[in-house]
Design a protein around this ligand. Structure first.
Ligand SMILES: NC(=O)c1ccc[n+]([C@@H]2O[C@H](COP(=O)([O-])OP(=O)(O)OC[C@H]3O[C@@H](n4cnc5c(N)ncnc54)[C@H](OP(=O)(O)O)[C@@H]3O)[C@@H](O)[C@H]2O)c1
Length: 318
C-alpha cells in the first residue's frame, strides 16, 4: 500500500508494549528486546510503526525513537495525542513533545487517540490543522471514531482525515460494518489495533492458561470467553495447518484480506514480529475466509462478568 509515494506495510508494529509495565516491560522483557524487535521489523520490510504519548507516559515513543535512530524519518511513523484537553495550542505542543521523544522532524500520521465529545470537533481539528500546516505531521488521523464522527472530523478539518485506528480482530469485527467499506470507497486507511485480540487468537491461552498481566482486565480473557473462543481457534488451527502457518498468522491474514486494512500487532519478542510479518505473504482462499467468518460469527461473548464489573464501578463512583 502506498501513501504519498511512501510504502505502508500492511503488517506494522504496535508499540504499546514498549515501556508499559502492564505488558511485562521491565520484568518479562525490556529495552534490549524492544530494540531487537524494531531492528528485525525493519529488516523484514515493516515500515508502519504505531505509538502514542500515552504508552508508558512517553516511554514507548522514546524507546521507538532510539531504536529507529536515523531511520526515524524514513518509516511511516504514527503517534497519538490523548485529547483530555484538546485545545489547538496543546495539540501543537504535545505533537512537538512527541517529536522530541521520537527524535523525528515530523510524523507521517498524528492521531487523536479517542473521541472527546465534550470539546467541539471544530476546536480539536483547528489544532490538527495547525499541526499539519506547520509540517509536524503529514496526515491527520483519529482513533476509536465511528464513521459518523470520522466524517464530521473531515468536515471540521476541511480535508480528509486519512486514517481511523480501531479495535478490529476476528472476535471483534464491528469495523467491517461501515468503517472498512467507507475507507475502501474514500481511499482511506483502517488501522486495526489488537488484531490478535491481545494474543488470544495466537491460541496459546485457554481457561487454564490465563495471562497474568493487564489482560486480566480484558473481558475476552475470562475462562468463559476463552472456552467460547475454542470454535474459532480450532478453525484458525485447521486453516493454518493447510498453509504451514500459525493461528496468529491466519488471524492477521484475514484482516489484511479486507483492504484498505493495515494491522499493527504488538510484540514482546523477535520471534513474534517475525511470525507476524510473515503473515503478509499468506493468501487465504474465499472458502477459508468464509469458514473463518462463520466460526467468528458463532462466537457470542459471555458479557456477565463485564457487566458485573461495570455495575461495581458505577456503584463505587456514587
Ligand atoms: N488506539 C487505541 O485505542 C489502541 C488500543 C490498543 C492497542 N493499540 C495499538 O495496537 C497495538 C496492538 O494491539 P494490542 O497490543 O492491544 O494487541 P495485539 O496486537 O492483538 O496482541 C499483542 C500480543 O499478542 C501476542 N502476539 C504477538 N505476536 C504474535 C503472533 N505472531 N502470534 C501469536 N501471538 C502473538 C503477544 O502476547 P503474548 O506474548 O502473551 O503471546 C502480544 O503482546 C498496540 O501495540 C498499540 O500500538 C491502540
Amino acid at each position: 500500500m502506498e501513501v504519498d509515494g511512501r510504502r505502508v506495510s500492511v503488517i506494522g508494529l504496535g508499540c504499546w508494549q514498549f515501556g508499559t509495565r502492564g505488558w511485562g516491560y521491565g520484568t518479562v522483557f525490556g529495552e534490549r528486546e524492544a530494540h531487537a524487535i524494531v531492528e528485525r521489523a525493519l529488516e523484514l520490510g515493516v515500515t508502519l510503526f504505531d505509538t502514542a504519548e500515552l504508552y508508558g507516559r512517553g516511554a514507548s515513543e522514546r524507546i521507538l525513537g532510539k531504536a529507529l535512530g536515523d531511520r526515524v524519518d524514513s518509516v511511516f511513523l504514527a503517534t497519538k495525542f490523548l485529547p483530555l484537553l484538546p485545545t489547538p495550542r496543546r495539540l501543537v505542543a504535545h505533537c512537538e513533545a512527541s517529536l522530541r521523544r521520537l527524535g523525528a522532524e515530523r510524523v507521517a500520521l498524528y492521531q487523536l487517540h479517542l473521541p472527546n465529545p465534550l470539546v467541539p470537533l471544530g476546536r480539536q481539528m483547528e489544532g490538527m490543522r495547525r499541526v499539519l500546516d506547520r509540517g509536524l505531521a503529514a496526515h491527520a488521523g483519529v482513533s476509536n471514531y465511528s464513521r459518523h464522527r470520522w466524517l464530521a472530523a473531515d468536515r471540521a478539518l476541511g480535508r480528509p482525515v486519512l486514517a481511523n485506528q480501531v479495535r478490529y480482530n476476528l472476535l471483534q469485527r464491528g469495523a467491517e460494518r461501515d468503517l472498512v467499506p467507507f475507507a475502501a470507497r474514500e481511499g482511506r486507511l483502517v488501522v486495526a489495533y489488537s488484531p490478535l485480540a491481545q494474543g488470544l487468537l495466537g491460541g496459546r491461552y485457554g481457561p487454564d492458561t490465563l495471562p497474568v498481566d493487564l489482560r486480566r482486565r480484558n473481558p475476552l480473557f475470562t475462562p468463559a470467553n476463552l472456552a467460547r473462543a475454542e470454535v474459532l481457534l480450532d478453525t484458525l488451527r485447521r486453516v493454518a495447518s493447510g498453509h504451514g502457518a500459525t493461528p496468529g498468522q491466519v488471524a492477521l491474514a484475514y484482516l489484511c484480506a479486507q483492504p484498505p486494512v493495515v494491522v499493527i500487532p504488538g510484540a514482546r519478542s523477535v520471534a513474534q514480529i517475525e511470525e507476524s510479518a510473515a503473515a503478509a505473504d499468506l493468501r487465504l482462499s474465499p472458502d477459508e475466509l468464509g469458514r473463518l467468518r462463520a466460526a467468528a460469527a458463532a462466537f457470542v461473548p459471555d458479557r456477565r462478568r463485564a457487566l458485573a464489573q461495570r455495575v461495581t464501578r458505577m456503584a463505587q463512583r456514587r
